[in-house]
Unconditional design. Structure first.
Length: 359
């Protein structure tokens, strides 16, 4: 009788443990089923190399990192393309489950969103035109003046040849007479006046007066433009840190941490709609340097031989994926991200996109 009375409590305890384990297993199974059948909306903006839009979809470091994590979490992804500011607003307003690609973790953004562990070490970097040695970088303005000068030479040279052909100094034949006329125009507009080729007729002399008055101005403009380009090159070649940008023309993407930093430093900043627009201004010589996030600057410098990096990373910052506050996805994602870093998969992906080991 005593044995039976002792057995009953142990039996009830065993049944309770089994029931608890069964309930936990069922709940876990239901949770996993919910995750695998739910589409996760990912807001993404094009920020190379983190996200690159192509006709058949999108790729990039952040896109592929998310897809690796999503595969581990067994969730389906639906990408939504958006502007940079819009994608953060979509997450904040519940229109997207996560925002990826080029999102710096800041205290201001943390007040409205929850961030993952850092997905990429970043910071600000300076992009300049590659040094071409003794050959000055000719700006777009200088090229336009030069083309205007060549056009002036061509038009007035032909008119002068028509007026003066057949005299003692300008040959009647088109070749070499046209070269005699060109030489006379250059000598007149530069005020050199060698005297070996001179107009003899009154029409030619009147034309020479016009060439003198207009040509001197054009010649002075081209000399001044080349001088300015040489001075700009000397200034740009001395850029080694952001402290050297005080006398430079600087551009960056509007509404970014780089834009905020440059404005806080008191620099005169040209704000562009995209990073690519800023690079185009640098290519044409309209600005001296572009300041932007290190991953994007390194990517451009690696793939475009016209650009080079100046100085080291400054104002370190970190990229992360932005989630809504109290998101159920945040902790599972962080665990998978750590797993990818520990396994070496993250390092291989990083090297594929940046050509170096992860920082």
């Amino acid at each position: 009788m005593k044995t039976k009375s002792l057995f009953l409590p142990f039996a009830f305890l065993l049944l309770a443990c089994l029931a608890g384990n069964l309930a936990t297993s069922v709940a876990a199974g239901i949770g996993a089923a919910d995750v695998t059948t739910t589409d996760v909306t990912v807001a993404v903006s094009e920020i190379r190399p983190c996200a690159i839009f192509v006709e058949d979809g999108l790729h990039g470091f952040s896109v592929e990192l998310w897809e690796m994590c999503a595969q581990e979490l067994q969730i389906k992804t639906r990408f939504e393309r958006a502007d940079f500011r819009d994608k953060l607003a979509m997450v904040r307003d519940g229109e997207a489950d996560v925002a990826i690609a080029g999102v710096s973790i800041t205290a201001a953004r943390e007040q409205e969103l929850d961030f993952s562990l850092p997905t990429l070490n970043s910071g600000l970097r300076i992009l300049v035109r590659r040094d071409r040695g003794w050959l000055p970088v000719v700006s777009l303005k200088t090229r336009r003046i030069l083309f205007g000068l060549l056009g002036f030479l061509g038009v007035f040279g032909h008119v002068l040849w028509v007026f003066e052909r057949g005299n003692q100094t300008i040959n009647a034949s088109y070749f070499p007479g046209i070269f005699d006329a060109f030489w006379c125009v250059v000598a007149t507009m530069s005020t050199v006046g060698y005297g070996d080729v001179v107009p003899k007729k009154w029409a030619g002399r009147f034309l020479a007066v016009i060439i003198m008055l207009v040509g001197i101005g054009l010649f002075g403009l081209i000399v001044a433009a080349f001088t300015a380009d040489i001075m700009d090159q000397r200034r740009v070649s001395g850029i080694n840190s952001y402290h050297d940008l005080s006398c430079c023309r600087v551009a960056t993407k509007a509404g970014t941490t780089s834009c905020d930093f440059l404005n806080d430093q008191g620099f005169h900043v040209r704000e562009c709609p995209t990073f690519e627009d800023a690079c185009q201004l640098l290519r044409t010589g309209d600005i001296d340097a572009v300041v932007y996030d290190d991953p994007s600057v390194r990517y451009v410098a690696r793939h475009d031989s016209e650009f080079a990096i100046a100085g080291d990373v400054f104002r370190p910052q970190y990229y992360g994926f932005a989630f809504p506050t109290n998101s159920d996805l945040l902790e599972p994602f962080n665990r998978v991200l750590l797993k990818l870093k520990e396994s070496g998969k993250y390092d291989r992906l990083y090297h594929e996109w940046f050509g170096t080991d992860a920082l």
